[in-house]
Design a protein around this ligand. Structure first.
Ligand SMILES: [Zn+2]
Length: 122
């Protein structure tokens, strides 16, 4: 999974390595493992710890049609967080290095329905 995304967060591009060790980067399930989401590349995305955590909390989702990032309207955030976090709203994820790893619509639909705190921002 991390290799599919070339060891960087698909949202922000975070790719810290300490020596040969990738730090703060995680494989995020789209449809949760605990909700029968399979352990396959197309059900996952590489994300930094922050983006993984808030993806699992439904702060944002990824549109299946164009793989763009959509943030929830239900966020309270100050200026610094706003300018950092919401700068990714509407942007496309950094794509995996092969389309065979691309997130599948089925799993993104599950995330949008079961996890994302709708409605999304315009
Ligand atoms: Zn990130």
């Amino acid at each position: 999974m991390l290799r599919a995304y070339e060891y960087r967060c698909c949202v922000c591009g975070f790719d810290l390595r300490i020596g040969n060790i990738s730090a703060g980067l995680e494989a995020a399930h789209i449809q949760w493992f605990t909700a029968d989401g399979p352990d396959v590349e197309s059900n996952g995305m590489a994300m930094c710890s922050l983006h993984h955590k808030i993806f699992d909390l439904g702060a944002f989702t990824v549109e299946p049609a164009n793989l763009s990032i959509v943030f929830s309207q239900n966020l309270q955030l100050g200026d610094a967080t706003r300018s950092n976090l919401l700068s990714y709203h509407g942007a496309g994820i950094i794509r995996p290095q092969s389309t065979v790893y691309a997130p599948q619509k089925t799993y993104l639909d599950w995330h949008a329905k079961e996890v994302f705190k709708a409605p999304g921002r315009d």
